[in-house]
Design a protein around this ligand. Structure first.
Ligand SMILES: [Zn+2]
Length: 425
């Protein structure tokens, strides 16, 4: 779904990582080397490892020791250990305002800023160590504050200002190219494009093929990925334009899904959380910009269509379906519900669901060599669940351990350490 108001936002893809030194255990005066003992590890690529020690040096994974010997700092045996999850589509600064109503992503008050910081905190506590926030200027200071280690939260990539499709009024191909370059200059990590109306308003296409071609081609030239909000015929158009990833995709045909698979386009449909969250918080959204009673009626009808597109996507050979929730106000920290929706309601294989938020999710961000797998050399982003999601997908709600870049933010496995400041050196 789109933010109620468009912000001038932008992302710089290689972003945070390139500009700011990573927060490491050393930053907080913690020991440089630590060892996790694990009985079951889903390594993020689809493999399961048994009875290993994960050796962490500074912010990265130094070794996987299959012998399982030596002293242990974090005993996660009996739990399921996996890489921190990646959510490809959130609106991390989307808040409820002081009046309790939908406040969008453009909040300007101190309360809004604290609420956005709280969104980041609960997202990290829910096991999400990296998120892609797709379009708000307010993302930038939050992204940078987290990257500098001033406040806790997931690594954030942001699109800053999205390209809003408005038919011819959007601009000529040259103007669209200039818009893309402007986002890059502002520090965008990727480019977000709205090529369809909201599905609540029918989902009609709002950019021509020529306009989409210009946007995605220019982003590619600038070294930026493109995420395209698209329904129905816009899905095919964005795929033909060579855009990186399609969001939502409701009412795309099986042929469209096959085309995405052939062209290697990533696909990020939502099976439920976003609509469930709107229905749950109906009174907070109703009457705010873009949220009418008719819109809510439409949402109830859209939910089964969303299940259908995820089911069909899961059955399309070679289609790279990544994990994204479209989390807005009310949904932050509950991102993992989308796993349950996908597996329970849409027949997605639980291991595929995990990989979609691990190695595949990282690959889609162009960060497969940094995050998303438990292998030596990658960032030590490691979480543990009380339960095994391969047998019981609701285990994704029980995140008891969160390490990001070698720093432990949550360790309920050995007594509550809810905040990194409390971690013992
Ligand atoms: Zn969205």
């Amino acid at each position: 779904m789109r933010p109620t108001k468009v912000l001038s936002c932008v992302l710089s893809i290689m972003c945070v990582c390139a500009r700011t030194p990573p927060i490491s255990a050393q930053t907080y005066g913690l020991r440089q080397r630590s060892v996790i003992a694990a009985s079951t590890v889903l390594d993020g690529t689809g493999r399961t490892l048994q009875d290993v020690r994960i050796v962490i040096q500074g912010s990265t994974i130094a070794a996987i020791d299959p012998r399982g010997e030596g002293p242990v700092d974090y005993d996660l045996r009996g739990l399921t250990v996996l890489p921190g999850w990646i959510d490809a589509h959130v609106h991390i600064t989307w808040v409820f305002g002081k009046d309790g109503k939908n406040g969008g992503t453009e909040g300007t008050t101190q309360e809004d800023a604290y609420q956005a910081a709280a969104n980041a905190w609960v997202t990290l506590m829910a096991g999400f160590t990296t998120v892609q926030s797709v379009g708000a200027a307010n993302d930038v200071p939050l992204r940078d504050a987290i990257a500098k280690g001033g406040i806790p939260g997931p690594r954030i990539l942001t699109a800053i200002e999205p390209l809003e499709g408005r038919g011819e009024a959007t601009g000529t191909p040259d103007e669209i190219r200039a818009f893309v370059r402007k986002q890059k200059a502002s520090g965008a990590d990727l480019i977000k494009i709205f090529a369809s109306q909201s599905i609540r308003q029918g989902g009609g296409m709002t950019l021509s093929q020529e306009q989409l071609n210009a946007a995605c081609d220019e982003a590619r030239r600038q070294g930026l990925r493109t995420l395209v909000h698209a329904y129905k015929e816009a899905v095919r158009a964005a795929t033909m334009a060579g855009c990186t990833e399609i969001e939502h995709g409701t009412l795309a045909t099986d042929d469209d899904l096959k085309l995405m698979a052939t062209k290697g386009t990533y696909f990020d449909p939502q099976a439920g959380l976003v609509i469930e969250n709107y229905l749950l918080n109906r009174e907070k959204y109703l009457g705010t910009s873009g949220y009418t009673a008719q819109g809510f009626t439409a949402m109830e009808k859209i939910l089964p269509l969303d299940h259908e597109i995820v089911e069909h996507a899961a059955r399309t050979p070679g289609l790279k379906m990544v994990f994204g929730t479209d989390a807005v106000a009310g949904a932050h920290g509950r991102n993992a519900e989308e796993f349950i929706d996908r597996v329970r309601d849409c027949g997605v294989d639980p291991m595929a669901a995990m990989v979609s938020a691990n190695s595949l999710g990282a690959e889609a961000l162009g960060m497969g060599n940094r995050i998303g797998s438990i292998v030596p050399g990658l960032e030590a982003d490691i979480i543990a669940l009380d339960g095994n999601p391969l047998n019981d997908i609701t285990a994704v709600r029980r995140v008891v351990f969160v390490m990001k870049g070698g720093v432990v933010y949550k360790n309920l496995a050995r007594g509550a350490i809810p905040f990194y400041a409390g971690v013992q050196p």
